[in-house]
Design a protein. Sequence first.
Length: 368
Amino acid sequence: MLRVIGAGALTALALVLLSACGSSSVASKRTAVVARTGSAGKVVPLLRLALPDPSAGCRGVHRLGGGAERIPATVSDKHGQVAVLVNVCIQGRGPFPFVVDTGASSTAVDAGLVKRLGLTEVGQPEKLMGPGCVTDGQEHRVARWSIAGLPLAPQTLTAVKIPEMGGPGEPVGVIGSDVFNRFGALRIDFRRRDLVVPGRERAAPRRAVLITRPTISQLPASLIRGAAQFDAPMTVNASPDTVLIGTVVAFGSHQPQEFIPDTGAVISVVDSAVASLMGLKRLDQRTTQSTICSVIASPDVLTGPWSIAGNTFSSASLAGQALAPQSVATMDLGGLRGVGGFLGADQMSRFGSVVFDYSGGRILLGAH
């Protein structure tokens, strides 16, 4: 999960971007570390991600009616952990497997791949801080790139050495909301294993744009044909280089918390302090998670009754299939302001599909 913080309403995410100047007070831990917290018990290993078929090359996108584009995807689903990956080509080379990561405010790529491709550096190195660790990042310019043959506009990518990325059989980057926002909306269908964007890519915003309330807009039939099981508000904070999204989640009658709708999180995550404050039951199990610069295993907890923007995750939400309180991972988010956790791909996949309406400020689960 990659997070790059920009100015605006969503001021707390799982990664903090520090300027190259004035960061010497932060202890640097640039290698992946395994941190185990809590009592002994079962440890769920990292999800070994299934990669897209490289034989497809830089092809696969399919034009739909109304100018929409369908992108083939590979879905990993094991031990209750879910991830979505696509093929990306850069400067005519590839394909390279990338994780679809709506929780990432900017797109990132493995530093080793950037070096092999010879991409041009932009600006000064940055310090990127994750839970209990600090690593280096460097912006690079990419002039030509695509997702399964769908051309993307030139932009900068953050080069960083991310644990569990860049090695044999591993993904080499994450595609963030900075890219998908330029299409206005994104549908991810976990069952059909594809992505759909409604039309042509637009220019990135020239200035900061903040959407705090949903707008009433008709989404095209390529994204949704009927009513969704959930149609909830989604905050969108867009700048020329980053796009941050959020929604409101409540546990029982407790104070609602800002969560990041994060397809890059293979399992939903609750901040350790929030879980303790709400008295969520701790399990004798820890789920291993990879962050921007560390590998950690913290205790899992049971959610109990929980809801998103007033819509309860209940039997009614899954057409009569009871949804028992599920286990979620915990993570110490380091006191980052305003965030209670991440609504991960594990929860979204239970609804079959999700639509991120960046232009309208909505997230739709179970959109048929």
